[in-house]
Design a protein around this ligand. Structure first.
Ligand code: FES
Length: 328
């Protein structure tokens, strides 16, 4: 059966059948709404169903609690419509006409940026014109049908290749392969571009908050701003445990000379004596709060572990007057 889904407060809508998730239907309808894992695990797509009925599908109970479900929340990557729906989704934009493709790519360069971070440069087929928006990601398609998501770290203006920052996950199937077996010239397959993370049009100063390899989509956004001559003030808070985790700090610092109004604030939470660190210490978002206790006139773009994102969202919206719809 087919139903109509309306998003509030934008009023944008799309058709959805009971066979597809609300997220799938939104993407098919050309709308970008927040999502990440598409598997009921990350909570990025959690939204309030204001009217209508959904089948919640399969998801992780730690992602959507019983209390949240009873309060009308649903995970849009898992839930299927059972009637016409009105859903509260504050961050929505039109995807435009950028197609999502499945493509092969060749490993052009593989470099160790830190003990647990490898940077891959993937060469795309010469016949393909691959488009993406700075901030989006791709899924690497594995032979067993599984997929692994990685943000694109280069700007769309250099889209003849894709740069990925891959952190080693202990025991992780794909990242172990990348660290132990993958060689230059190997072929991978991917699907993309995916995701709705991107810089929104606004005159407000943008705060970019990155944890570890969460730096990758931020790099794409800043390099795109440099390439396209944007003048919006941006400040990057890049947090890591130790100095090795800020694996491209020289790159981030170089943007200060290349982008007017850009500032880089590196923050270490557990610097070792060998780091000889005299810079900011603690959590990146705590450093931001100390510098800007009133964020009511800013937007924050955050990328990092789910725990970091949850803590930053709660503290910045709860204690620094950041509007909830200005935290991306
Ligand atoms: Fe991760 Fe829906 S996209 S829970």
């Amino acid at each position: 059966m087919s139903f109509q889904v309306t998003l509030q407060p934008s009023g944008l809508g799309f058709p959805a059948t009971s066979d597809e998730t609300i997220l799938e239907a939104a993407l098919a309808g050309g709308l970008l709404i927040p999502y990440s894992c598409r598997d009921g695990a990350c909570g990025v797509c959690k939204s309030k169903v204001l009217a209508g009925e959904v089948d919640h599908g399969r998801y992780s109970e730690s992602t959507l609690t019983v209390a949240e479900r009873e309060a009308g929340m649903a995970l849009l990557c898992c839930a299927h419509p059972r009637s016409d729906l009105i859903v509260e989704v504050r961050q929505v934009s039109r995807a435009g006409d950028i197609p999502v493709k499945k493509l092969p790519c060749r490993v052009q360069k593989r470099s160790l940026a830190a003990d647990d971070v490898i940077i891959l440069e993937l060469k795309l087929p010469a016949s393909e014109k691959f488009q993406f928006i700075a901030g989006q990601y791709i899924d690497i398609l594995l032979a067993d049908g599984k997929r692994r998501s990685f943000s694109i770290a280069n700007a769309p203006t250099s889209a003849d290749h894709l740069e990925l920052h891959i952190r080693r996950v202990p025991g992780g199937q794909f990242t172990t392969h990348v660290f132990e077996k993958l060689k230059e010239k190997d072929i991978l397959r991917f699907e993309g571009p995916l995701g709705g993370f991107r810089l929104h049009d606004s005159p407000k100063p943008a705060i970019l908050l990155a944890g570890g390899t969460g730096f990758a989509p931020i790099k794409s956004i800043v390099e795109n701003a440099i390439a396209t001559g944007q003048t919006r003030p941006m400040t990057l808070y890049w947090g890591s445990r130790d100095l090795a985790g800020l694996y491209q700090l020289d790159v981030a610092r170089s943007w200060e000379a290349r982008l007017s109004g850009f500032r880089c604030v590196p923050v270490l939470s557990d610097a070792s004596p060998a780091d000889n660190w005299s810079g900011r210490q603690g959590l990146a978002h705590a450093a931001l709060m100390a510098d800007l206790p009133d964020l009511s006139g800013h937007e924050v773009y955050a990328c990092g572990s789910p725990a970091m994102i949850d803590a930053a969202r709660a503290d910045l919206t709860g204690r620094c007057q950041l509007p909830a719809d200005a935290f991306f």
